[in-house]
Design a protein around this ligand. Structure first.
Ligand code: PMP
Length: 413
């Protein structure tokens, strides 16, 4: 037995199959966020850790009405297998949703997926051989990093600032990697209300980023689950609205409706879309017809834009509560002030380590996500993600007050 096969499942020698796992499983590890969910779900803990949408703000009776109507009128279809590309009526409606962000596409280029998470998995499966490079913002979405690792990609982070991904840093990173003969397959980016950084890519930078990628033959994977959840002015139009050949766009109903449906989608150039459908069929045969028809009926029969407005109001109030509490209890630190979405990125003094500090925070009954979860290269110790989507404004205040006690206690040590 080689050392390499042992290292595939570290610490797992109680598993009699540990030597048999595929090489690629070495990239699989429980995310820091997952381990946290168990702790943070205790009712006495104020969790600023997870990214759970506040589904209690949904009109439950309207959703029940949609469910009942689907079963009454299309029950046979809802309970059956469907097309690997997804339900045609929903894909038409998805085009209308994307039009709100300036995107024009055709229904043939839309594939519905089991959340946008599955679309991330499928795109990575299509493009990544072990060792290929994926560029991603520094920091980036923990769930995407997990997918990329599971296909043995090399994630290389690119610096961002308050205006999002930095074009100069992108140019330099590409030149550096090219100099080393590395293969860059795509740029993964979350332009709007970034998870976890909370920032938005400025309108001015969007064409520039696309041009850099076009010149270097790098595909862009635009992940935009939060775009419609702006607090004041709308986010700039999507990258996909500027370039239809070089961008795969991912969307989701998880944040604007509910994650329980597990309905997301990809809009991709035609040839890529065909391959995505084949990959989706081999993974799951077809996405849930029941979920898709219910979402479709909900969109058809309710004022879904008004519901999104309700969500915007709820999240804006919570974001304001978080910023006010940070100003009051942690005035010496710095943080991002998002104009939408779910997250604030808090930077700590260099001598504090957010991962090491977490058990103490949980003891003080507050949880957050350590910054290291959002980097593939071990960075992020001096930062954390704070989510304002789920707790009430009052609890957010309590949570930040507790966090300040922990941080100030560490600084006094
Ligand atoms: N991308 C980003 C940036 C996310 O924050 C999330 C969910 N947290 C997803 C993708 C996946 O969302 P879903 O699968 O529910 O559509």
């Amino acid at each position: 037995m080689s050392d390499q096969s042992i290292s595939r499942s570290p610490g797992n020698n109680l598993d009699p199959w540990y030597a048999n796992y595929a090489e690629r499983t070495s990239g699989l590890s429980a995310s820091e966020v997952r381990a946290l969910f168990a702790v943070a779900s205790r009712p006495e803990v104020v969790s600023l850790a997870g990214g759970m949408p506040f589904v209690s703000a949904l009109p439950a009776e309207l959703i029940t009405g949609s469910l009942e109507k689907v079963m009454r009128e299309q029950g046979g279809m809802a309970l059956q297998y469907g097309s690997g590309a997804g339900q045609p009526a929903l894909r038409e409606q998805i085009l209308e949703v994307m039009a709100l962000e300036g995107i024009r596409g055709t229904v043939d280029n839309v594939v519905t997926t089991t959340g946008s998470q599955q679309a991330l998995d499928l795109v990575t499966k299509l493009f990544i051989d072990p060792g290929d490079v994926i560029l991603a913002e520094a920091p980036s979405y923990v769930g995407a990093i997990g997918v990329f690792r599971s296909y043995q990609a090399n994630v290389v982070h690119v610096a961002m600032d308050d205006d999002g991904l930095n074009p100069e840093a992108l140019r330099e990173t590409i030149a550096h990697l090219r100099g080393q003969g590395r293969r860059i397959k795509f740029l993964y980016t979350i332009p709007n209300f970034h998870n976890p950084a909370g920032v938005t890519l400025s309108a001015a930078r969007r064409p520039e980023i696309l041009e850099i990628c076009r010149q270097n033959e790098i595909l862009v994977l635009e992940d935009n689950p939060y775009g419609l959840l702006h607090f004041e002015e709308k986010a700039p139009d999507a990258l996909r609205s500027i370039d239809e050949n070089g961008v795969i766009y991912l969307g989701s109903f998880s944040k604007t409706l509910a994650p329980g449906f597990r309905v997301g989608w990809a809009l991709a150039p035609h040839a890529i879309c065909e391959k995505l459908i084949l990959a989706a069929e081999s993974a799951i045969l077809s996405p849930s017809a029941f979920s898709q028809l219910t979402v479709s009926e909900y969109l058809r029969s309710t004022d879904w834009m008004a519901q999104i407005d309700t969500f915007r109001g709820v999240y804006k109030q919570r974001k304001e509560a978080m910023i006010a509490a940070l100003e009051e209890y942690l005035p010496d630190l710095s943080w991002t002030d998002p104009n939408g979405g779910f997250y604030v990125w808090l930077t700590l003094p260099d001598r504090l380590d957010s991962k090491q500090m977490l058990p103490r925070a949980v003891k003080e009954l507050v949880a957050y996500t350590p910054g290291t979860a959002f980097f593939a290269d071990g960075r992020g110790r001096h930062a954390m993600r704070l989510s304002f989507c789920y707790p009430t404004p009052e609890n957010i205040r309590v949570g930040i007050r507790r966090l300040a006690t922990v941080i100030n206690g560490e600084l006094d040590l």
